[in-house]
Ligand binder design. Structure first.
Ligand code: PAF
Length: 281
């Protein structure tokens, strides 16, 4: 496995690479969720690449950029074992040289859900992902359904700007107790870690009600809040039942919907989501 850290080295390494090329963009501190993307790329692509870059422009001023977990040697070993051929580990200066001044915004999708509570977040995501798409020119790029809004937004970006990279969205990988895997789970102490299972439990209650015929979106939101309220360590930031394509909030679930939530457990902010009708796994 080759490791490069400048765009020039990356271009040289990709010049003779077999096609199709698959890209797994990450911010490092990898877990099984990331590795599932690498393995999927391994099945579908002749050359598997990944990037590790903690992108400062997608963190708000009060967010966890400085404390975001990092462990490059461990990440590289995991990527090698999962079958990656090339890893790009640029510095902040390589990605954002002095004078950097171009930004990408996927307008409507950026304003909803996560975008409403994390202003500027998706501008940072869209900008860095477009840069990575331009740098790698991969045929396919892999993202997790856990960050459902990010995945939708990147699909829209790829379509609107003709990037030529197919965006593949892969299922959320969960711990044995169904907590969605996330690098931020490492912030949780044992009691908080236990409390964090409330996200998926709450979302499953909405799925259960939907399966038994409930279509009133407000009743689903309220059922999610009721289950979450029983967990004293959890503080719900938002609960959403939205059109799965546009992310507009629904009154009636009369089309495919994304049910999503953000919850603070202590200082750690966690997100999770499920689909209605439930995705068949
Ligand atoms: O999902 C992530 O880890 C990041 O948002 C991404 C897509 C790598 C962009 O920095």
């Amino acid at each position: 496995m080759q490791v490069v850290s400048t765009v020039a080295q990356l271009r040289a390494a990709l010049a003779g690479a077999p096609r199709p090329v698959g890209l797994v963009p990450t911010m490092g501190y990898l877990h099984e969720g990331h590795l599932s993307l690498v393995r999927r790329a391994r099945q579908e692509c002749a050359f598997v690449t990944a990037s590790i870059f903690v992108n400062p422009t997608q963190f708000g001023p009060k967010e966890d950029l400085a404390s975001y977990p990092r462990d490059l040697p461990r990440d590289l070993a995991m990527l090698e074992r999962a079958g990656a051929d090339l890893v790009f580990t640029p510095s902040v200066e390589e990605m954002y040289p002095a004078g950097f001044d171009t930004w990408v915004e996927v307008s409507a999708l950026s304003r909803r859900l996560e975008g409403e509570v994390r202003p500027g977040h998706f501008r940072g995501v869209a900008t860095v992902v477009l840069k990575l798409f331009n740098q790698f020119r991969a045929e396919r790029a892999y993202f997790g359904q856990k960050d459902a809004q990010q995945a939708l937004l990147i699909q829209k970006l790829a379509a609107d700007l003709d990037t030529g990279t197919q965006v593949v969205i892969c299922p959320t990988v969960r711990e044995p107790d169904d907590l969605a895997m996330s690098s931020r789970n490492t912030y949780l102490d044992p009691a908080q870690r236990k409390a964090a299972t409330v996200l998926y439990r709450s979302l499953c209650e909405a799925q259960r009600l939907y399966q038994s015929g409930e279509r009133d979106a407000e009743r689903l939101r309220s059922a999610i809040r009721t289950v979450s309220a029983a967990e004293p360590l959890a503080r719900v930031q938002y609960v959403s039942v939205a059109d799965a394509g546009t992310l507009e909030e629904l009154a009636v679930v009369d089309r495919p919907a994304l049910v999503s939530m953000a919850v603070f457990v202590g200082k750690t902010r966690l997100i999770d989501n499920v689909l209605l009708p439930p995705a068949v796994s």
